[in-house]
Design a protein around this ligand. Structure first.
Ligand code: ADP
Ligand code: MG
Length: 250
């Protein structure tokens, strides 16, 4: 049995940590003309402070829908999602925008950098409006790009562009980092470098991190793995001994 003070192994059960998200009975139905698509069906889920979660599942299983609801980009059709003491499911657009701005960093498959701005300037767009940001230089150094500050996106590889996107997402020191297929457009070796950057942010900033993938091998770097299937949670597993991204082979 895993206990919360298993100091011998250094392992801390996620359940010993504070709850960041508490989702209960979350349903999401998209109306497509006459047809209703049930993207999420009664999802119950808790996410804990500082954990690294991998969200696995086949295409169409509801991964992006769930991530978007946690990140305040979308709202459930029914059910509740609490972030700390806040009930996101009753928020209007303005409140959701403030929640996203102050608490959430997003990383997507495509980097969405502004081509006419350097790496530093792309990150500065966020740091200029954040409450307690790090500097663009600090954020880019954290992801290993301290020597690429003045490069434009076209002068960077795909993996480097994705790391700029990660620096942009974490420069405001968000409590939560939500990544939707961050390695989906990258080759294996580059994907690992990107996962190392995300893993480092999780460890050094304590940012609660969720990474969506349909590559089951990536699950080995998570504290917990949540499997979605047809809009429901099919399984939740804990990795007592998670791998570092460097140890991945796929
Ligand atoms: N905006 C939308 N409008 C209509 N249907 C959607 C929309 N977004 C997602 N869906 C549908 O909801 C289901 C779950 O989608 P999604 O969450 O994107 O899955 P995943 O990220 O696991 O591939 C799919 O059947 C998808 O077609
Ligand atoms: Mg998706």
């Amino acid at each position: 049995m895993q206990t919360s003070n298993d100091t011998a192994s250094g392992y801390v059960s996620p359940r010993a940590r504070a709850t960041v998200f508490h989702a209960e009975g979350v349903n999401k139905v998209y109306a497509m003309g006459e047809v209703e698509v049930h993207a999420l069906r009664g999802v119950d889920l808790d996410l804990y402070q500082g954990e690294f979660v991998v969200l696995l599942g086949p295409s169409g299983s509801g991964k992006s829908t769930l991530l978007n609801i946690l990140g305040g980009l979308d709202v459930p059709s029914s059910g509740t999602v609490r972030y700390g003491e806040q009930d996101l499911s009753v928020y209007d657009d303005g409140a959701l925008t403030r929640y996203r701005r102050d608490h959430v960093g997003f990383v997507f498959q495509f980097y969405n950098l502004i081509p006419s701005l350097t790496a530093r300037e792309n990150v500065a767009l966020v740091t200029e409006i954040a409450i307690d940001p790090m500097t663009p230089e600090e954020a880019l150094s954290l992801v290993g790009l301290g020597d690429r500050l003045d490069h434009f996106p076209a002068q960077l590889s795909g993996g480097e562009q994705q790391r700029v996107a990660i620096a942009r997402a974490i420069a405001k020191r968000p409590k939560v980092l939500l990544c939707d297929e961050p390695t989906g457009a990258l080759d294996v070796r580059t994907g690992i470098v990107v996962l190392e950057a995300i893993d480092k942010v999780n460890r050094e900033l304590g940012t609660t991190t969720v990474v969506i993938t349909h590559n089951a091998d990536i699950a080995e770097i998570a504290d917990r793995v949540i499997r979605l299937s047809d809009g429901t949670i099919a399984a939740v597993e804990c990795n007592a001994h998670k791998k570092s991204p460097k140890e991945l082979v796929w």
